[in-house]
Design a protein around this ligand. Structure first.
Ligand SMILES: Cc1cc2nc3c(=O)[nH]c(=O)nc-3n(C[C@H](O)[C@H](O)[C@H](O)COP(=O)(O)O)c2cc1C
Ligand SMILES: O=C(O)C(=O)c1ccccc1
Length: 371
């Protein structure tokens, strides 16, 4: 019988291949694979390929400015680090290494609820202005509230609520590998030290780690989350709230009605609902509804600076980088992440110069052609 470990995956890039060679197979599969038949994961890349840049020339591109503003804060470039949990499975320094790059490059870093390290530890590696927190609304309200309070107390400046995970997607390779990073204790940095979480345990994690990790798995998500429940969280904090995982224009409309401060068009990198729409394909209709009233971010399929260009041209204000920086982390820790950020910045800058867009504001759909 052929085992999963004997099947060579198809690699989307040299970087992914190098990551494959560096880390244990189960961890690589967890990061790289998607839900079901991976139709959505492939579609995410295909959606970018459909668009070509239709460049303008003779526009004096001697000065290219990558900066933009988001929630009244200047960003050095129009991207952020996506919330990716369990980063220790890619490298022992996990989020601490990627956060150091976020600080050095002035790129906002979205700390995942399921981070390997705690938001307090990660905060100490970040400038205050680049600290964002991603919230998994917990089945236990006390835990949700505690996570939000800690984010506020530690100088985080925005809360990203992930709304596309009422249940976990079906990840066939992980099931085959019998692999769960949460069970292995690689995503518990924010839970084991949380007073509200600890209050739920019969015995402290130090006495019964297995039960504590199981408890985290049991309560990490709130399948009953709805717009009404969201109002509670809206009342918990004055920080800007973004919803991550919006794909339908009607949900974008509801986000506006519920005083949400920003949305992230995302299908979770094809890890949740297989055969759902590619993020980039969902973007134009959503931009039409939002009409620039709140920022639109996008992730799922950003691999190069040219992809960033295309997403901005179709209506995103900024994008989130996902798998590429985790592959960089797996290959060479902090230095690997830095290389990925520099490469994507360089690609964006070069494609802007070659397309005749001097500023982020000048990137628009007139510079694209759909083939
Ligand atoms: C290993 C891994 C872990 C992730 N963990 C989280 C998470 O904890 N919270 C979250 O909102 N999204 C999580 N995501 C989804 C990313 O934030 C992002 O939506 C996705 O990676 C975008 O797709 P791409 O990486 O293919 O571009 C995770 C993605 C990966 C690959
Ligand atoms: O794997 C994921 O996509 C994800 O969102 C997640 C959920 C729980 C723990 C770690 C990551």
């Amino acid at each position: 019988m052929i085992t999963a470990a004997e099947i060579q995956p198809e690699f989307e890039s040299l970087l992914e291949r190098k990551a494959f060679e560096r880390i244990r197979r189960e961890a690589f599969d967890y990061i790289a694979r998607g839900a079901g038949s991976e139709a959505t994961m492939k579609e995410n890349l295909g959606a970018f390929s459909k668009w070509k840049i239709r460049p303008r020339v003779l526009r004096n591109v001697a000065e290219i400015d990558l900066s933009t503003t988001l929630f009244n804060r200047k960003l050095s470039s129009p991207f952020l680090f996506a919330p990716i949990g369990v980063q220790r499975i890619a490298h022992p320094d996990g989020e601490l290494a990627s956060a150091r790059v976020a600080k050095a490059t002035d790129v906002p870093f979205v700390v995942s609820s399921a981070a390997s390290y705690s938001m307090e530890e990660i905060a100490s590696e970040l400038e205050e202005s680049t600290r964002w927190f991603q919230l998994y609304c917990s089945l236990e309200d006390t835990v949700t509230k505690s996570l939000v309070n800690r984010a506020e107390a530690n100088g985080y400046s925005a809360i990203v609520i992930t709304v596309d995970t009422p249940v976990l997607g079906i990840r066939e390779t992980d099931a085959h590998n019998q692999y769960s990073p949460l069970e292995e204790g690689d995503g518990c940095g924010n839970y084991l030290n949380d007073p509200a979480f600890r209050a739920l345990l019969a015995r402290p994690p130090e006495a019964d780690m297995k039960a504590a990790l199981q408890k985290q798995i049991d309560i990490i998500d709130q399948p009953g989350l709805d717009w009404d429940e969201l109002k509670k969280i809206r009342r918990m904090t004055k920080l800007p709230i973004l919803l991550k995982g919006i794909l339908h224009p009607e949900d974008a409309k509801l986000a506006l009605e519920h005083n949400i401060d920003g949305i992230i068009v995302s299908n979770h990198g094809g890890r949740q609902l297989d055969h759902c729409i590619a993020s980039l394909d969902a973007l134009p209709d959503i931009a039409q509804v939002i009409q620039k009233r709140i920022p639109i971010l996008l992730d799922s399929g950003i691999r190069t600076g040219v992809d960033v260009f295309k997403a901005l041209a179709l209506g995103a204000d900024a994008v989130l980088l996902g798998r590429p920086f985790i592959y960089g982390l797996a290959v060479n820790g902090e230095a690997g992440v830095r290389q990925v950020i520099h490469k994507i910045r360089h690609e964006l800058e070069t494609s802007m110069a070659l397309a005749g867009a001097r500023t982020i504001q000048e990137i628009n759909s007139d510079l694209l052609f759909n083939s």
